[in-house]
Design a binder for this molecule. Structure first.
Ligand code: MSP
Length: 644
């Protein structure tokens, strides 16, 4: 039975151009939707643009055009970016569309009629950038905590939604549904917000101050506050309560947003939905979404992305330069969903070369070439008596694959893209080792080993077939090329990604150049010299070869006849070592005993003044060694703990 799946991205403000941050969220929605479709669900995702409010009106005034003209132009720019990236949204909603305005007004009227909205007075510190009032607690040095710009004190009569009455219900609901807001850190943050009393929510702006919004149906001297308008897009796109599309998709609705808009999604929106359910005579959780999936923020080369720093990456720029699949792969693999991550071109190229060109691209080219050259391009039958054995000549790839598949399924239920891709690359690594170990080109030359060769080639072809399916949500173009190379037509399905379904006789063609390597010089704009900072850079893998550990100094003594050396006995928890360190001019032996220091634990042993030294103690020093300090810990850790 096919299940349904409905996912939404935030609707993006049209005063900005689409950039990497917006692209990430939309890529996440696309990859997740493709995955759910692969799994057999009727799945679609919604994206769109948020077009009302001060911010848009001000940007339009600056541009000398009407707000609608600005919204039309920039909404089209977002749409064009997603089209260029091949992101298959099922619907694209704009808050200036009549289908949206109608639902917003209907909901407002119902809440007004039911006494969920009242007219009150409000004074507060307002940020025009965020379009919201800030509480005293949130303000940083009198400024907006997000924009760091001064806030404006505004006092006016406004309509309020009685949000405070839902506080107890919301706390209870978030506690009872541990996966409602995920990952956990954001759930905790929400429970933290909810420890303070919840205020009622101002939901209108007087038209004397702001024209550019949806008029309140019960008082047209006011327009709807931007968040009340914007959040409703998620249901207006389905036609609103009572409509067949709403009844079908809303019960499974999931949202994805970044952490910047956690509060509106985790607090305002559930309360609005609870009030609406109540008005419709249903229990308060009847309309609650299923999950709010919250991710972190991208920085660019370690810095906040900002116009003033000039480091804003246009949404499609990395795809134009390195291909859409490489871009998708990088962002999905690099960001641990929920945490912040850093985007850099060097990082993207590093992963492109290592993971995509080397691990995957080479495997696909190697395996298809072997099948073409050694089996005439036909997948051999899997010999009935093929003896796979983990320690035998021909290792069995099936368990490796099944482990990866299970992890992909688990990870994808909770937006763990990095884990899913990590598991697939473990499998790709296993298949590469399989080729190195079995050496099919040698088996082919040995008499009486036809069946072994068939078993190896079948395993390779089957590995590529399942990868062509399993990789399709993440790198759809490359996955399609793999499937084509193995004559797999039609839409891939997860049900087909079961090991052993490949039939013998399937035609295989060579697939080469799946991900061409990007050489270093191609990364730099023509004519620029290699910047000094990149000279001698090492990769994270290189760094990973150095094993640093916490060590406790248990004994220390001077080395006879040496001015510089001390002989230290250190404990790494499970073992003791002798390390000779050149620090005698800066430390007396007694000063070191009991200290926790950091040592290189996998350094080749060396003899210093005849004493074997098994490692090195890390210390910082000035250029001339005039001052020196041994690295110690800021907080206690047991000896042997890894440092990285
Ligand atoms: N219009 C509101 C959302 C209304 S939803 C009912 C809005 N728009 S926005 O254009 O500012 O988009 C914010 C969203 O863009 C974030 O939640 C996130 O999805 C994405 N991102 C913007 N910058 C980002 C990063 N630097 N990193 C990751 N995502 C980022 O808020």
């Amino acid at each position: 039975m096919s299940r349904v799946f409905y996912l939404t991205t935030p609707i993006y403000y049209v005063n900005d151009a689409p950039h990497l941050g917006h692209a990430y969220t939309t890529i996440v929605a696309d990859a997740m939707t493709r995955y759910r479709r692969l799994a057999g669900d009727e799945a679609f995702f919604l994206t769109g643009t948020d077009e009302h409010g001060d911010k848009i009106a001000q940007a339009a005034a600056r541009a000398g055009i009407s707000p609608q003209a600005l919204a039309d132009r920039n909404s089209a720019a977002f749409r064009a970016a997603w089209d260029a990236l091949g992101l298959g949204y099922g619907d694209y909603i704009r808050t200036t569309e009549p289908r949206h305005e109608r639902v917003v007004q209907a909901i407002l009227q119902q809440l007004w009629d039911a006494g969920e909205i009242y007219l009150g007075k409000y004074g507060g510190h307002y940020c025009f950038g965020c379009e919201r009032f800030y509480t005293e607690k949130e303000i940083v040095d009198g400024k907006c905590p997000d924009h760091l710009t001064p806030l404006t004190w505004i006092e006016e009569e406004n309509y309020f939604f009685k949000m405070s009455r839902y506080q107890a219900w919301l706390i209870d609901t978030v506690q009872r549904q541990p996966d409602l807001i995920r990952p956990e850190r954001y759930r905790n943050e929400v429970l933290g917000f909810l420890r303070d009393p919840l205020q009622d929510l101002s939901i209108s702006r007087p038209r004397t101050r702001l024209e550019w919004g949806i008029p309140l149906p019960f008082d047209d001297k006011y327009v709807t506050y931007v968040w009340f308008d914007a959040l409703i897009n998620y249901v207006s796109a389905l036609g609103g309560p009572g409509e067949p599309r709403f009844e079908k998709f809303w019960p499974v609705a999931q949202h994805v947003t970044a952490k910047d808009i956690l509060k509106p999604h985790a607090i305002y929106w559930p309360c609005m939905l609870a009030a609406l359910a109540k008005v419709h005579g249903k229990p308060p959780e009847a309309y609650l979404y299923r999950h709010l999936n919250v991710h972190g923020y991208w920085t660019i080369e370690g810095q906040k992305m900002s116009k003033s720093l000039g480091n804003v990456f246009a949404a499609v720029a990395p795809a134009e330069k390195y291909g859409t699949d490489a871009y998708r792969y990088f962002v999905l693999r690099e960001m641990v969903f929920g945490l912040d991550a850093d985007f850099s071109e060097a990082g993207l190229v590093g992963r492109l070369n290592a993971d995509l060109a080397n691990d995957l691209g080479n495997l696909v080219s190697r395996a298809t070439t072997l099948i073409v050259n050694l089996a005439g391009g036909n997948v051999p039958a899997l010999p009935a008596e093929a003896k796979f054995h983990p320690f035998g000549l021909i290792p069995d790839l099936r368990p490796e694959y099944e482990r990866a598949l299970a992890e992909v399924k688990r990870a994808m239920t909770e937006f763990g893209f990095h884990r899913a891709l990590g598991a697939m690359w473990e499998f790709i690594g296993a298949v590469n080792r399989f080729v190195d170990q079995t050496q099919p080109w040698l088996i082919a030359k040995q008499i009486g080993r036809r069946q072994d060769l068939d078993a190896v080639l079948y395993s390779l072809a089957e590995s590529l077939r399942v990868l062509g399916i399993l990789l399709s949500p993440y790198i759809p173009a490359a996955a399609a090329r793999i499937r084509e190379g193995l004559s797999q037509s039609g839409e891939p399905t997860l049900a087909d990604a079961e090991w052993g379904r490949l039939t013998s006789g399937t035609r295989v063609q060579k697939v080469s150049g799946l991900f061409p390597r990007v050489e270093d010089h191609e990364r730099r704009p023509a004519g620029t010299a290699k910047p000094d900072t990149t000279a001698g850079l090492i990769s994270i893998d290189d760094f990973g070869k150095i094993q640093l550990r916490v060590a406790e100094v248990v004994a220390a003594e001077a080395v006879p006849k040496s001015k510089k050396l001390l002989k230290l006995t250190v404990s790494l928890g499970s073992e003791q070592r002798t390390i000779v360190a050149g620090i005698a001019q800066h430390y007396a032996p007694a000063d070191l005993v009991g200290k926790k220091v950091v040592v290189v634990a996998n350094l080749e042993a060396a003899k210093l003044m005849g004493i074997p030294s098994q490692g090195m103690v890390l210390a910082g020093s000035t250029e001339d060694d005039g001052a020196l300090a041994v690295l110690t810990l800021d907080r206690d850790l047991p000896p042997g703990a890894r440092v990285r």
